[in-house]
Design a protein around this ligand. Sequence first.
Ligand SMILES: [Cu+2]
Length: 112
Amino acid sequence: MLHPSINILPRVLPFMLPLLLALPAQAKDFTVTQKDKKFSQAKLEVKVGDVVNFKNEDPFSHNIFSLSDTKTFDLGSYPQGQSKAVTFEKPGTVEIECSVHPDMKLIVEVKK
Ligand SMILES: [Cu+2]
């Protein structure tokens, strides 16, 4: 004989499904590499809550930072092979630079 709670499942499932679908979308993970003193792309569009991993693929250190109001951070200096993650919690434009290489620029557009 089936347990009573299992019997009820087919009847409550149609009501539960819309609730499950209404849950916020899972945050995405992006990776931007630093190679030849450049970011792998000049511009990146993400959504609020998304994470960008900054991976150094150069045989020397980079120090990625931003002074933007939307997101201020300083990842510090780190060598080849290492990656550091930044979460973007607010919508807006974030200008990202490298304190070691002033020509390195990346714009992250954070959408709602
Ligand atoms: Cu650099």
